[in-house]
Write a protein that binds this ligand. Sequence first.
Ligand code: HEM
Length: 99
Amino acid sequence: LMQHDARWYPDPSAFRPERFGCGAPDLPRGSFMPFGTGPRVCLGQHLATTEMTVIAAMLLQRFTVSVPEGMAAPRPAFNITLRPECPLRLRLKEYLQGG
Ligand code: HEM
């Protein structure tokens, strides 16, 4: 229900991943808890997020990825690993085996 509260997510049923993108307004703490919290927190959350990573890797094998012309170099953000500060927008082209 929280993720469908129009106070934090205007037009909540619309698919708008940019809600979570760089420069999007900050959301109040606790307004996004897809796996719940507390004693009934989802037991499968780590399996679910691992599955998402594996599915993304499997899907990406079917595409070649390239940097769109004119794209500015990403700014690195230091975490435990180095990652781009903002999500990258890359070009996907279907990978055709043997040609
Ligand atoms: C994207 C995938 C998933 C989402 C968004 C999700 C979300 C949730 C949410 C919101 C709850 C309720 C938390 C609460 O009552 O406060 C929950 C509970 C639960 N989930 Fe998931 N879940 C996902 C995947 C999975 C998977 C893959 C498993 C098991 C392999 C799993 C097992 C459970 C179990 C056992 C509970 C009940 C925990 C309890 O009541 O003690 N979930 N999940």
